[in-house]
Structures are given as structure tokens and as C-alpha cells.
Design a protein around this ligand. Structure first.
Ligand code: BMA
Length: 345
């Protein structure tokens, strides 16, 4: 839309949506769907699995249950500096193709961003130098570098030609392991970073924003301390992995209540039990931990395979049988279920 048209509409008091029509329909459809069940998601599902890489159509999840996950997680870390592959070696050209495939089958796309340190610290996203966020805010020493990163992200999102994306930047923001974490910036700095980023990326109208904390909160105030505002967030979420059990009851209670009040979607954006050394984990632990909450989705992390780093079962894995049971549950939604919903129409 031309700037003058937008200005006239604004002056006339007409609300101009930040997202395009398809993305808004998708958002409304996700809200309806969350009343029926929760979608199952898997990071990097189509790119590789345990003992394989880049085989067209292949997916560890599909080999176990005969269906793809409903949600595909992808990761942009590395794109900011023009790298052709992300930090886990996935070429962005292939990723774009996988995103298109999932979308065309009716699946849902979510994207995270382990951005490297703008101060070029060797630990990348996992650097915790105090003041990194301040350095990229307007007026900061690395602000221009930051907008050049956002330009690259915007190009990527625009290259998806309208495919809606649940974008989850600055994830686990209450943790103390990333350069945008709680120990490296103030709440105000974090909110400014988020608002600046979203407003800058508005040129890509296919994005819905996911606010994502780590699982280490126990009050509503703690969860919302860095919440940047209802106008720049469409979904709220947290990450929590199995660690002496999967203890997320309190967190789900807090987040579901906030989501209800704010009319936002909510999700368990990352979870899992590395290598799933429990044959009944899916129905015995995960399903029970989720309880009756109307989550939009639950996503397990990637099946790298090396060093037992995998979170979804693969053919012949000890938890495969239980995963089939999990698949058969009415409340778990995989790709065939969501394809019927025609989320994009
Ligand atoms: C982590 C691990 C890392 C990976 C990162 C980004 O949890 O899987 O190996 O680089 O996510 O995908």
C-alpha cells in the first residue's frame, strides 16, 4: 500500500492491519483449531533425521506414524551475515523449498533465530556479554549492523511469497545463556529491541510473532516482565525440556490464563527428552503434562542423530510404539488433521 494511502486511512481513523489477509485468516483459523487439539511439531523435520540427510519426502516422524508433523520448525541463525547455510548446516535455499512443501500440504511453519553475537563474540548466540542488546538499539554503536541483518531476514521472509510464519525471535528470553537474555539487558532494553525489530520487519506482512520465555518462571509477573506489548505479539509460549520429569503444570496454568485474557494463542514452543530413553514418554509424560490445556502446538527439537541428540522417534526406536498411540489420540494433530482444516483459507 502506498504511504499516502496509509496516511489518509490513518487520519480517517481506519485501522491498517500489520499482516496481510492470508496471514490474518491463518491466525483466526489457528485460534479455532486450538479448541480442538494441539498440533505436533518437529524442528528440521524434512531436512534430516537419525542417520540420513536431505532425502526428498523423508521424515523420521512420517516413518513412525505415516504422517508428517503439523508444525515444521526452521532456524535462521547464520542468515544475518549472508551465510548460505544456517548454524546447523541447513542451506537456506533448501529450507525455503521445505517450507513451501510443508505449506502446500497444509502444514504450519515456525521459525527461530539463533542470531550470532552482533559484537562478534566467538560463542555466537550463546554469548552473554552485558550490553550487547544496548549496542544494537537505535543510537547504539552496532545499530546499522543490526538493520542490515534485519534487511536480510526481511528478504528471506518476503521470498516465501506470502507463506505465513510464526516467527519466534529472541527465544528463551528469560534465560541467562543468550546475548538477549535476562542477565545482559534491562527489561526496557529488551522491549525496545523487540518493538524495533517487529516494526522494522513489518515490510514482511506474513509474520505472526511468538513471545517465548524459558521454563524458569513461577509467577505471572515474572513471565510478563519483558512482554513488549499486545500489538507486537500474536502467540505466547515457553520452552521446557524433560529434566527430572517434565514439570510444566504451573507454567501452563499461568500462560494459558494470560493467553485467555489477551486473546492470544499459546504454545510449548520447544520440548523433548533427549534420545527419549523412556518407552512411554509420549503418552506417559508429555500428554499428561499438557493435560487439558488448549495449546496451539507442542514442538520437539531436531533429530540431529549425532551424540544421541534427537527428540522425535525414528523407525525402530524404543518409544515408537508409544508415539503411534500418541498419534492416535484425538487431541494430537498431525499434518493430515490440519490439512483438512484448510488453515490458509
Ligand atoms: C540447540 C542444539 C544445537 C543447535 C541449536 C540451534 O538446541 O540443537 O546443536 O545448534 O539448537 O538449532
Amino acid at each position: 500500500m502506498r504511504k499516502t494511502v496509509v496516511l489518509v486511512l490513518l487520519l480517517a481513523g481506519v485501522h491498517v492491519a500489520a499482516q496481510d489477509a492470508q496471514t490474518l485468516r491463518f491466525y483466526a483459523n489457528l485460534k479455532k483449531l486450538s479448541k480442538k487439539g494441539f498440533m505436533f511439531g518437529h524442528q528440521d523435520d524434512l531436512a534430516y533425521g537419525v542417520n540420513w540427510k536431505y532425502e526428498p519426502g523423508r521424515s523420521d516422524v512420517k516413518e513412525v506414524v505415516g504422517d508428517y508433523p503439523a508444525v515444521y520448525g526452521w532456524e535462521l541463525g547464520g542468515l544475518e551475515t549472508g551465510n548460505p547455510k544456517n548454524l546447523d548446516g541447513v542451506p537456506f535455499d533448501k529450507m525455503r523449498q521445505f517450507i513451501k512443501e510443508g505449506y502446500e500440504r497444509g502444514g504450519v511453519i515456525t521459525i527461530s533465530w539463533h542470531a550470532r553475537s552482533p559484537l562478534d563474540a566467538p560463542k555466537g548466540a550463546w554469548d552473554t556479554t552485558h550490553g550487547t542488546v544496548a549496542a544494537i538499539l537505535p543510537g547504539g554503536s552496532h545499530h546499522q549492523l543490526y538493520t542490515s541483518w534485519l534487511d536480510k531476514l526481511a528478504d528471506f521472509f518476503l521470498s516465501l511469497k506470502g507463506i505465513p510464519v510464526l516467527f519466534r525471535p529472541y527465544h528463551e528470553l528469560t534465560g541467562n545463556w543468550f546475548w538477549w537474555g535476562k542477565n545482559t539487558c534491562t527489561a526496557e532494553e529488551f522491549k525496545t529491541l523487540w518493538r524495533f525489530t517487529v516494526n522494522y520487519l513489518r515490510k514482511a506482512p506474513n509474520l505472526l510473532y511468538v513471545y517465548n520465555t524459558s521454563g524458569n518462571f513461577s509467577t505471572r509477573e515474572e513471565y510478563l516482565e519483558r512482554y513488549p506489548g499486545d500489538d507486537v505479539v500474536e502467540m505466547i509460549s515457553f520452552d521446557a525440556y524433560q529434566y527430572n520429569g517434565l514439570n510444566i503444570g504451573k507454567q501452563l496454568e499461568i500462560v494459558s490464563k494470560i493467553a485467555g485474557e489477551k486473546d492470544k494463542l499459546f504454545a510449548l514452543a520447544e520440548t523433548g527428552y533427549e534420545a527419549i530413553p523412556d518407552a512411554h514418554w509420549w503418552t506417559g509424560t508429555l500428554l499428561k503434562a499438557i493435560g487439558e490445556y488448549n495449546l496451539s502446538y507442542v514442538l520437539v527439537w531436531r533429530n540431529y542423530g549425532v551424540n544421541n541428540h534427537f527428540y522425535a522417534p525414528h523407525k525402530g526406536h524404543g518409544s515408537a510404539k508409544d508415539f503411534v498411540k500418541f498419534y492416535g489420540e484425538e487431541r494430537t494433530l498431525f499434518e493430515k488433521d490440519v490439512a483438512k482444516e484448510k488453515l490458509y483459507q
